[in-house]
Design a protein around this ligand. Structure first.
Ligand SMILES: C[S@@+](CC[C@H](N)C(=O)[O-])C[C@H]1O[C@@H](n2cnc3c(N)ncnc32)[C@H](O)[C@@H]1O
Length: 245
């Protein structure tokens, strides 16, 4: 299976044969380890990352129990909407949006990091969620490996109902182990004037950002900050309608 996987993805296949991983990096920057539960990326410096749904599992459980989900409140998606996640990362937010939209919507997730985009794509086949709803929602996300601003520049005006941006925070917060390892492979681009301008042009209803609660980005770019007591990150919403009035 591992050999077939490597050939299918045009990668060299190296049998492990019990040897230490450090023997495998020359001449590679990244080695992928194939296991029965998924694919793990390893750097020569030892950092490793394997897809994990992150916060999505407990958020999903709370949401189906009737609790409010702050991201979904900010996105305010309705059935049939199209949703663009500019920074899919390990896809916890996109997964919640996809569950909310059901099979009526369109959901595209962009990821600039080649490694993270690849792991997300292959995990759509490997990962088995206990919940069939989550499983289907995960598989419905179209993952595109591209810089978000490049992608947005090539989209027509008003082509996605909602556009969402969650770059890595400028301010460090205490993070889960999964997020810390994910960061080793992530791209650290910050929001720019052009990124916001393009997101507003491409969205039909609203653009939403996530940032640290102390971030100046909300005010700088005119996003209404949805404040939540004791939450380290907040969502910011800019409705297109407000801009046209
Ligand atoms: C904070 S994480 C997103 C987490 C995500 N919302 C989730 O629920 O898992 C930011 C992600 O955006 C990616 N990224 C950063 N700059 C980007 C860009 N210009 N275009 C596309 N993806 C980008 C990073 O590699 C990283 O994986």
């Amino acid at each position: 299976m591992a050999m077939q996987f490597a050939h299918f993805h045009a990668m060299d296949f190296l049998p492990r044969n019990g040897k230490s991983l450090k023997n495998y990096f020359e001449p590679y920057d990244i080695v992928y380890i194939y296991t029965s539960t998924g694919i793990e990326a390893v750097k020569p410096t030892g950092e490793r990352y394997k897809y994990h749904p992150g916060t999505a599992m407990f958020r999903y459980k709370r949401w189906i129990a009737g609790e409010q989900e702050p991201l979904l409140r900010a996105l305010n998606l309705v059935k049939g909407d199209s949703f663009l996640d500019c920074t899919i990362g390990f896809g916890a937010d996109a997964l919640m949006a996809s569950v909310d939209l059901g099979d009526s919507g369109i959901i595209v997730g962009l990821e600039k990091s080649e490694v993270l985009a690849f792991l997300m794509k292959v995990s759509q086949q490997f990962t088995n969620f206990e919940s069939e709803e989550l499983q289907q929602a995960f598989r419905r996300i179209e993952i595109v490996q591209q810089d978000a601003v490049d992608y947005l520049r090539n989209q027509p005006d008003n082509s996605f109902d909602v556009v969402y941006i969650d770059p890595l925070f400028e301010t460090a917060i205490e993070e889960s182990t999964n997020f810390t390892t994910h960061k080793q492979f992530a791209v650290r681009d910050q929001l720019t004037d052009e990124w916001v301008r393009e997101a507003i042009r491409v969205c039909r209803k609203r653009a939403v950002i996530k940032a640290h609660y102390t971030s100046e980005l909300f005010e700088k770019y005119g996003f209404h900050q949805l404040k939540r007591k004791s939450a380290k990150f907040h969502f910011g919403v800019r409705n297109k309608k407000d801009l046209c009035e």
